[in-house]
Design a protein around this ligand. Structure first.
Ligand code: NAD
Length: 488
């Protein structure tokens, strides 16, 4: 598949000499090349989106969402095709890729409620004969900068809400996984959105910087690692833009002795090793309390060692590779660091080679046990299939450990005690909480609520937060004296 930009409803070849090799992480083969676009490409897209804005804004909201209904149906019809592309460029299993796209469909479905969600407010007689109203208007041209790990879902945390609210839009996918959005843009083309309403620009840092600086782009959403999220947040804000930036994570789970251990193990293993741990809601460290330690450790080590690893398009495979060889060596060296810092390694996934896929970026599920508190490995986002185990004696200590971390994307608890669950829900410092749940991914009708260094901004993605983010409120106070009216 050739990777092109889609600007003003035209497929254009960026005029560049630099390309990024896109590899199938299971085979190590180069499958396409991402053109590393320039600020000039961003400028063309921003001009197209600005040109489209007046007419799109004036299109009635109930007409705007008809395009989205059509897009959702086309994406559903092409569900398998999209999922296959995700597996090829991103590595996750076909089933995981299909599940990812269901989240994208759900966001389109919720955004189709914009005629209701985008309504304003009206109060009569705030003083005698004076009324006050609030209307929501689009912000203008909006852009999203996306990460590699959910190439089909993450753009849809934003795109449907932005365009349903009357904005025009630019998407920049991760240069590591450009094929999924390339294909989806072909569906967007089939839908027949007016020229310039949705634009695609491929590239890396230069394109991102072009978006951050462009005066016509009014709002930016970003998802990626924390350091880049901070950069995006600060730079976009310094250019006077509305911005939300979701960052990295290091998600804890607490296992209490009264938890259903079989269930907890299965769910924690799915969370830690699903998508090869490359999920911002993957459980990354488990804190056992009291008697939970031995039983949970034994079961989770079994679950880790028995997971079927391979190419995500082959049947029966439960876990695919990491995104690339650099990521494999980074994860393997972090496992080594954990051991150096004093952790034990009951299940070691380093040095994995899968028959038939010897050049793949595979790391098998790994368990680091007795990870010392305060160690680098206890703090660092690994973003791979590695679960660290820690142990404390009380729920209070466990919650204190959870809250001592830098990130706040998700925290989970496994227990059969309602009061422990309530205490945890009340005290845990994370924006997405799981009680007997391993991946607490909010449905599209709730906000995706990272906290601390997992999120920079105030309005989150999805649901009413997305409506708030992609609209600006205008308040009008009106007086119409009777004597001005014509007598009828
Ligand atoms: P990344 O930060 O490397 O890249 C994200 C985007 O930023 C890409 O489009 C990339 O082109 C761009 N980028 C990279 N370096 C840049 C630079 N120096 N200047 C400007 N732009 C730059 O992230 P990734 O590796 O693609 O994704 C994995 C990360 O994303 C993990 O940390 C994960 O936790 C996080 N993530 C967070 C969430 C969430 O909801 N909080 C969701 C998914 C992924």
């Amino acid at each position: 598949m050739e990777i092109l930009n889609y600007i003003n409803n035209q497929w254009t070849k960026p005029n560049v000499n630099e390309f990024f090799d896109v590899i199938n992480p299971a085979t190590g083969q180069v499958i396409t090349k991402t053109p590393l676009g320039t600020k000039a490409d961003v400028d063309s897209a921003a001009k197209a989106a600005s040109g489209a804005l007046p007419a799109w804004r004036r299109t009635p909201v109930n007409d705007r969402v008809q395009y989205l209904f059509k897009l959702r149906n086309l994406m559903r019809e092409n569900h398998d095709e999209i999922a296959k592309l995700i597996t090829e460029e991103c590595g996750k299993t076909f089933e995981e890729a299909k599940a990812e796209m269901i989240r994208a469909f759900e966001n389109i479905e919720v955004a189709c409620g914009m005629p209701l969600m985008g309504k304003g407010e009206f109060v009569e007689d705030i003083a005698s004969g004076i009324d006050e109203l609030m209307i929501r208007q689009p912000v203008g041209v909006c852009a999203t900068i996306a990460p590699f790990n959910f190439p089909g879902m993450i753009p849809f945390w934003y795109l449907p809400y932005a365009v349903a609210a009357g904005n025009t839009y630019i998407i920049k996918p991760s240069e590591k996984v450009p094929m999924t959005m390339q294909f989806i843009m072909k569906l967007i083309e089939q839908v027949g959105f007016p020229k310039g309403v949705i634009n695609l620009v491929n590239g890396a840092k230069e394109v991102v910087d072009g978006i951050l600086e462009h005066p016509a782009i009014r709002a930016i959403t970003f998802v990626g690692s924390t350091n880049i999220a901070k950069y995006i947040y600060a730079t976009a804000a310094s250019h006077g833009k509305r911005v939300q930036a979701q960052g990295g994570a290091k998600n804890p789970v607490i296992i209490l002795p009264d938890a259903d251990m079989e269930m907890a193990t299965k769910i924690v293993a799915d969370s830690a090793f699903g998508c090869a741990g490359q999920r911002c809601l993957a459980v990354s460290f488990a804190v056992t309390v009291g008697d939970a330690k031995n039983h949970f450790t034994e079961l989770i080590c079994d679950a880790a060692s028995s997971r079927v690893v391979g190419y995500g398009l082959d049947s029966g495979v439960q876990m695919g590779p990491l995104i690339n060889a650099a990521s494999k060596s980074r994860v393997e060296s972090l496992i080594g660091l954990g051991v150096k810092e004093g952790a034990s390694l009951p299940v070691d996934g380093r040095g994995t080679s899968i028959k038939g896929y010897e050049n793949g970026a595979f790391v098998r599920p790994t368990i680091l046990a007795d990870v010392p508190r305060g160690s680098e490995i206890a703090k660092t986002e690994i973003f791979g299939p590695v679960l660290s185990l820690m142990h404390v004696n009380t729920v209070d200590e466990a919650i204190e450990l959870v809250n001592s971390g830098q990130y706040g994307n998700q925290a989970s608890l496994f227990t059969s005690s309602g009061s422990a669950a309530r205490k945890f829900r009340y005290e845990a410092e994370a924006g997405n909480i799981g009680i007997n749940i391993g991946v607490a991914a909010p449905m599209a009708f709730f906000p995706f609520s990272g906290w601390k260094d997992s999120f920079f901004g105030d309005m989150h993605g999805q649901s009413m937060d997305a409506v708030e983010f992609f609209t600006q409120k205008k308040v009008v106070i009106e007086r119409w004296p009777k004597e001005w009216s014509r007598k009828f």
